[in-house]
Write a new protein. Sequence first.
Length: 267
Amino acid sequence: MTEPSLTGKRALVTGGARGFGAAIGHALAEAGASVMIGDVLEDLGTESAAEISKTGADAAFVRLDITDELSWQDAVAATIAQFGGFDILVNNAGIEVTALLADLDAAELLRMLEVNIVGTAIGIKHAFKAMRPGGPAGAGGSIVNISSVAATIAFPGIAGYSASKSAVDRLTRVAAMESGKLGYGVRVNCIFPGLVPTEMGVKLAVDLTAVGLFESVDAAIASVVGQTPIGRLGEAPEMADAVVFLASDSARFITGVGLPVDGGMGM
Ligand SMILES: NC(=O)c1ccc[n+]([C@@H]2O[C@H](COP(=O)([O-])OP(=O)(O)OC[C@H]3O[C@@H](n4cnc5c(N)ncnc54)[C@H](O)[C@@H]3O)[C@@H](O)[C@H]2O)c1
Protein backbone atom coordinates (compact mmCIF):
# COMPACT_ATOMS: atom_id res chain seq x y z
CA MET A 1 0.00 0.00 0.00
CA THR A 2 1.24 3.49 -0.76
CA GLU A 3 1.33 6.09 2.05
CA PRO A 4 -2.11 7.66 2.42
CA SER A 5 -2.02 10.99 0.61
CA LEU A 6 -4.29 13.97 1.19
CA THR A 7 -2.61 16.30 -1.25
CA GLY A 8 -5.00 19.07 -2.28
CA LYS A 9 -7.69 18.09 0.26
CA ARG A 10 -9.35 20.64 2.55
CA ALA A 11 -10.14 19.52 6.12
CA LEU A 12 -12.01 20.84 9.16
CA VAL A 13 -11.09 19.31 12.54
CA THR A 14 -13.42 20.01 15.47
CA GLY A 15 -11.88 20.22 18.93
CA GLY A 16 -8.55 20.86 17.24
CA ALA A 17 -7.15 23.18 19.93
CA ARG A 18 -5.48 20.38 21.89
CA GLY A 19 -5.35 16.61 22.47
CA PHE A 20 -6.42 14.32 19.64
CA GLY A 21 -7.67 17.22 17.52
CA ALA A 22 -4.30 18.98 17.49
CA ALA A 23 -2.52 15.70 16.63
CA ILE A 24 -5.08 14.97 13.89
CA GLY A 25 -4.58 18.47 12.44
CA HIS A 26 -0.83 17.89 12.26
CA ALA A 27 -1.17 14.44 10.69
CA LEU A 28 -3.67 15.64 8.06
CA ALA A 29 -1.33 18.51 7.17
CA GLU A 30 1.66 16.18 7.00
CA ALA A 31 -0.29 14.04 4.53
CA GLY A 32 -0.83 17.14 2.37
CA ALA A 33 -4.19 18.59 3.46
CA SER A 34 -5.04 22.20 4.28
CA VAL A 35 -6.43 22.25 7.81
CA MET A 36 -9.04 24.42 9.51
CA ILE A 37 -8.96 24.02 13.29
CA GLY A 38 -12.40 24.56 14.87
CA ASP A 39 -12.82 24.91 18.64
CA VAL A 40 -14.47 26.95 21.38
CA LEU A 41 -10.98 27.61 22.86
CA GLU A 42 -9.90 30.58 20.75
CA ASP A 43 -6.36 31.18 22.07
CA LEU A 44 -5.36 27.53 22.13
CA GLY A 45 -7.04 26.91 18.78
CA THR A 46 -5.23 29.82 17.15
CA GLU A 47 -1.93 28.48 18.57
CA SER A 48 -2.69 24.98 17.32
CA ALA A 49 -3.28 26.28 13.77
CA ALA A 50 -0.11 28.42 13.98
CA GLU A 51 1.94 25.33 14.96
CA ILE A 52 0.67 23.53 11.87
CA SER A 53 1.43 26.56 9.67
CA LYS A 54 5.02 26.55 10.96
CA THR A 55 5.54 23.20 9.19
CA GLY A 56 4.77 24.95 5.89
CA ALA A 57 1.21 23.64 5.63
CA ASP A 58 -1.88 25.74 5.04
CA ALA A 59 -3.78 26.08 8.35
CA ALA A 60 -6.20 28.47 10.02
CA PHE A 61 -8.51 28.69 13.02
CA VAL A 62 -12.23 29.30 13.18
CA ARG A 63 -14.31 29.58 16.35
CA LEU A 64 -16.75 26.67 16.32
CA ASP A 65 -19.19 25.51 18.98
CA ILE A 66 -20.35 22.17 17.63
CA THR A 67 -23.69 22.41 19.46
CA ASP A 68 -24.64 25.55 17.54
CA GLU A 69 -26.04 25.35 13.98
CA LEU A 70 -25.09 28.92 13.10
CA SER A 71 -21.56 28.27 14.28
CA TRP A 72 -21.39 25.25 11.95
CA GLN A 73 -22.64 27.33 9.03
CA ASP A 74 -19.91 29.91 9.68
CA ALA A 75 -17.16 27.32 10.13
CA VAL A 76 -18.02 25.46 6.93
CA ALA A 77 -18.27 28.74 4.99
CA ALA A 78 -14.92 29.87 6.44
CA THR A 79 -13.26 26.59 5.43
CA ILE A 80 -14.53 26.88 1.85
CA ALA A 81 -13.59 30.58 1.63
CA GLN A 82 -10.10 29.96 3.04
CA PHE A 83 -9.12 26.86 1.05
CA GLY A 84 -11.47 26.85 -1.95
CA GLY A 85 -13.31 23.65 -0.96
CA PHE A 86 -14.19 21.21 1.80
CA ASP A 87 -13.35 17.50 1.50
CA ILE A 88 -12.75 16.13 5.02
CA LEU A 89 -14.59 16.63 8.32
CA VAL A 90 -13.13 15.14 11.50
CA ASN A 91 -15.87 15.22 14.16
CA ASN A 92 -13.47 15.02 17.10
CA ALA A 93 -14.74 17.51 19.72
CA GLY A 94 -16.32 15.86 22.73
CA ILE A 95 -16.59 15.96 26.50
CA GLU A 96 -16.58 13.30 29.22
CA VAL A 97 -18.43 13.40 32.54
CA THR A 98 -17.72 10.49 34.87
CA ALA A 99 -20.57 9.39 37.15
CA LEU A 100 -21.90 6.22 38.72
CA LEU A 101 -25.45 5.63 37.50
CA ALA A 102 -26.72 5.86 41.09
CA ASP A 103 -25.29 9.40 41.29
CA LEU A 104 -26.18 10.63 37.77
CA ASP A 105 -26.86 14.34 37.37
CA ALA A 106 -29.43 14.71 34.58
CA ALA A 107 -28.32 18.21 33.58
CA GLU A 108 -24.66 17.12 33.22
CA LEU A 109 -25.72 14.07 31.23
CA LEU A 110 -27.85 16.20 28.90
CA ARG A 111 -24.93 18.57 28.29
CA MET A 112 -22.66 15.62 27.40
CA LEU A 113 -25.28 14.17 25.05
CA GLU A 114 -25.72 17.59 23.46
CA VAL A 115 -22.01 17.93 22.70
CA ASN A 116 -21.18 14.32 21.83
CA ILE A 117 -24.36 13.32 19.98
CA VAL A 118 -26.09 16.49 18.75
CA GLY A 119 -22.76 18.20 17.99
CA THR A 120 -21.54 15.24 15.94
CA ALA A 121 -24.90 14.80 14.18
CA ILE A 122 -25.23 18.40 13.06
CA GLY A 123 -21.58 18.30 11.99
CA ILE A 124 -22.47 15.44 9.65
CA LYS A 125 -25.49 17.44 8.48
CA HIS A 126 -23.48 20.53 7.55
CA ALA A 127 -20.69 18.51 5.92
CA PHE A 128 -23.24 16.58 3.82
CA LYS A 129 -24.95 19.78 2.71
CA ALA A 130 -21.64 21.34 1.69
CA MET A 131 -19.95 18.29 0.11
CA ARG A 132 -22.84 16.63 -1.77
CA PRO A 133 -23.43 17.38 -5.45
CA GLY A 134 -24.80 20.91 -5.82
CA GLY A 135 -23.43 21.98 -2.41
CA PRO A 136 -21.00 24.89 -2.08
CA ALA A 137 -18.03 22.47 -2.01
CA GLY A 138 -19.82 19.82 -4.08
CA ALA A 139 -17.06 17.27 -4.69
CA GLY A 140 -17.97 14.57 -2.15
CA GLY A 141 -15.53 13.72 0.59
CA SER A 142 -14.93 11.86 3.81
CA ILE A 143 -16.12 12.21 7.41
CA VAL A 144 -14.33 10.57 10.32
CA ASN A 145 -16.13 10.59 13.67
CA ILE A 146 -14.33 9.98 16.96
CA SER A 147 -16.24 7.43 19.03
CA SER A 148 -14.46 5.53 21.84
CA VAL A 149 -13.54 2.09 23.08
CA ALA A 150 -16.20 3.00 25.66
CA ALA A 151 -18.78 2.24 22.96
CA THR A 152 -17.52 -1.34 22.71
CA ILE A 153 -17.01 -2.42 26.34
CA ALA A 154 -18.75 -2.03 29.73
CA PHE A 155 -16.43 0.02 31.93
CA PRO A 156 -17.86 1.24 35.26
CA GLY A 157 -18.31 4.97 35.88
CA ILE A 158 -18.83 6.01 32.27
CA ALA A 159 -22.35 4.85 31.39
CA GLY A 160 -23.49 8.20 30.00
CA TYR A 161 -20.27 8.73 28.07
CA SER A 162 -20.41 5.17 26.70
CA ALA A 163 -24.00 5.72 25.60
CA SER A 164 -23.04 8.94 23.84
CA LYS A 165 -20.16 7.24 22.01
CA SER A 166 -22.39 4.28 21.04
CA ALA A 167 -24.65 6.89 19.47
CA VAL A 168 -21.68 8.26 17.49
CA ASP A 169 -21.08 4.72 16.21
CA ARG A 170 -24.71 4.35 15.01
CA LEU A 171 -24.78 7.87 13.57
CA THR A 172 -21.76 6.87 11.53
CA ARG A 173 -23.43 3.77 10.05
CA VAL A 174 -26.70 5.52 9.19
CA ALA A 175 -24.84 8.49 7.73
CA ALA A 176 -22.78 6.16 5.51
CA MET A 177 -26.01 4.48 4.38
CA GLU A 178 -27.82 7.77 3.61
CA SER A 179 -24.79 9.13 1.77
CA GLY A 180 -24.60 6.01 -0.37
CA LYS A 181 -28.33 5.76 -1.08
CA LEU A 182 -28.66 9.45 -1.91
CA GLY A 183 -25.48 9.74 -3.98
CA TYR A 184 -23.69 12.28 -1.79
CA GLY A 185 -20.26 10.78 -2.52
CA VAL A 186 -19.22 11.12 1.12
CA ARG A 187 -17.71 8.16 3.01
CA VAL A 188 -18.44 8.14 6.74
CA ASN A 189 -16.41 6.13 9.25
CA CYS A 190 -15.45 6.30 12.91
CA ILE A 191 -12.67 5.18 15.20
CA PHE A 192 -12.86 3.71 18.71
CA PRO A 193 -9.78 5.09 20.52
CA GLY A 194 -8.47 3.50 23.69
CA LEU A 195 -7.43 5.55 26.72
CA VAL A 196 -4.85 8.24 25.90
CA PRO A 197 -3.48 10.59 28.59
CA THR A 198 -4.71 13.84 27.05
CA GLU A 199 -6.41 16.33 29.35
CA MET A 200 -9.61 14.31 29.04
CA GLY A 201 -7.86 10.96 29.53
CA VAL A 202 -6.01 12.03 32.67
CA LYS A 203 -9.14 13.63 34.14
CA LEU A 204 -11.04 10.39 33.52
CA ALA A 205 -8.51 8.41 35.57
CA VAL A 206 -8.75 11.02 38.35
CA ASP A 207 -12.57 11.00 38.28
CA LEU A 208 -12.82 7.17 38.30
CA THR A 209 -10.78 7.29 41.49
CA ALA A 210 -12.87 10.11 42.95
CA VAL A 211 -16.12 8.14 42.51
CA GLY A 212 -14.56 5.28 44.47
CA LEU A 213 -13.95 2.71 41.71
CA PHE A 214 -10.17 2.62 42.16
CA GLU A 215 -7.84 3.26 45.09
CA SER A 216 -5.59 5.59 43.12
CA VAL A 217 -5.12 7.12 39.69
CA ASP A 218 -2.26 4.69 39.10
CA ALA A 219 -4.59 1.77 39.90
CA ALA A 220 -7.18 3.10 37.41
CA ILE A 221 -4.56 3.34 34.68
CA ALA A 222 -3.12 -0.07 35.58
CA SER A 223 -6.60 -1.56 35.21
CA VAL A 224 -6.95 -0.17 31.67
CA VAL A 225 -3.44 -1.26 30.71
CA GLY A 226 -4.13 -4.70 32.18
CA GLN A 227 -7.16 -5.06 29.86
CA THR A 228 -5.12 -3.97 26.82
CA PRO A 229 -3.27 -6.76 24.95
CA ILE A 230 -0.63 -4.34 23.63
CA GLY A 231 0.04 -3.51 27.29
CA ARG A 232 0.16 0.29 27.37
CA LEU A 233 -1.97 3.40 26.93
CA GLY A 234 -2.40 4.86 23.45
CA GLU A 235 -0.86 8.04 22.02
CA ALA A 236 -2.64 10.84 20.16
CA PRO A 237 -0.55 10.43 16.94
CA GLU A 238 -1.71 6.79 16.79
CA MET A 239 -5.32 8.01 16.62
CA ALA A 240 -4.33 10.61 14.05
CA ASP A 241 -2.71 8.03 11.75
CA ALA A 242 -5.95 6.01 11.72
CA VAL A 243 -7.94 9.16 10.88
CA VAL A 244 -5.60 10.02 8.00
CA PHE A 245 -6.02 6.51 6.59
CA LEU A 246 -9.82 6.59 6.77
CA ALA A 247 -9.95 10.10 5.32
CA SER A 248 -7.68 9.22 2.40
CA ASP A 249 -8.24 7.43 -0.90
CA SER A 250 -6.38 4.44 0.59
CA ALA A 251 -9.75 3.80 2.28
CA ARG A 252 -11.80 4.56 -0.87
CA PHE A 253 -13.90 1.35 -0.58
CA ILE A 254 -14.43 1.69 3.19
CA THR A 255 -17.55 3.33 4.57
CA GLY A 256 -19.78 2.78 7.59
CA VAL A 257 -17.09 1.12 9.70
CA GLY A 258 -15.84 1.68 13.24
CA LEU A 259 -12.12 0.98 13.55
CA PRO A 260 -10.83 0.10 17.03
CA VAL A 261 -7.54 1.92 17.75
CA ASP A 262 -7.29 0.65 21.30
CA GLY A 263 -4.38 -1.78 21.59
CA GLY A 264 -6.95 -4.58 21.56
CA MET A 265 -8.87 -3.47 24.68
CA GLY A 266 -12.28 -3.74 23.03
CA MET A 267 -11.83 -7.09 21.24
N1 LIG B 1 -8.42 10.83 25.53
C1 LIG B 1 -9.00 9.65 25.50
O1 LIG B 1 -8.59 8.72 26.23
C2 LIG B 1 -10.14 9.37 24.55
C3 LIG B 1 -10.46 8.03 24.30
C4 LIG B 1 -11.51 7.76 23.43
C5 LIG B 1 -12.18 8.77 22.77
N2 LIG B 1 -11.82 10.07 23.02
C6 LIG B 1 -12.56 11.10 22.28
O2 LIG B 1 -11.65 11.81 21.47
C7 LIG B 1 -12.07 13.16 21.30
C8 LIG B 1 -10.95 14.10 21.69
O3 LIG B 1 -10.59 13.84 23.05
P1 LIG B 1 -9.32 14.48 23.76
O4 LIG B 1 -8.79 13.45 24.67
O5 LIG B 1 -8.44 15.11 22.76
O6 LIG B 1 -10.07 15.57 24.68
P2 LIG B 1 -9.63 17.05 25.15
O7 LIG B 1 -10.55 17.39 26.25
O8 LIG B 1 -8.17 17.08 25.41
O9 LIG B 1 -9.95 17.94 23.85
C9 LIG B 1 -11.27 18.12 23.40
C10 LIG B 1 -11.35 19.38 22.58
O10 LIG B 1 -12.72 19.54 22.18
C11 LIG B 1 -13.09 20.88 22.37
N3 LIG B 1 -14.53 21.03 22.56
C12 LIG B 1 -15.29 20.60 23.61
N4 LIG B 1 -16.56 20.97 23.45
C13 LIG B 1 -16.63 21.65 22.27
C14 LIG B 1 -17.67 22.28 21.55
N5 LIG B 1 -18.94 22.33 22.01
N6 LIG B 1 -17.39 22.85 20.35
C15 LIG B 1 -16.12 22.83 19.87
N7 LIG B 1 -15.09 22.27 20.52
C16 LIG B 1 -15.34 21.67 21.71
C17 LIG B 1 -12.30 21.30 23.63
O11 LIG B 1 -12.23 22.72 23.74
C18 LIG B 1 -10.97 20.64 23.38
O12 LIG B 1 -10.10 21.44 22.63
C19 LIG B 1 -13.33 13.30 22.14
O13 LIG B 1 -14.47 13.13 21.33
C20 LIG B 1 -13.21 12.16 23.14
O14 LIG B 1 -14.47 11.78 23.65
C21 LIG B 1 -10.80 10.39 23.87
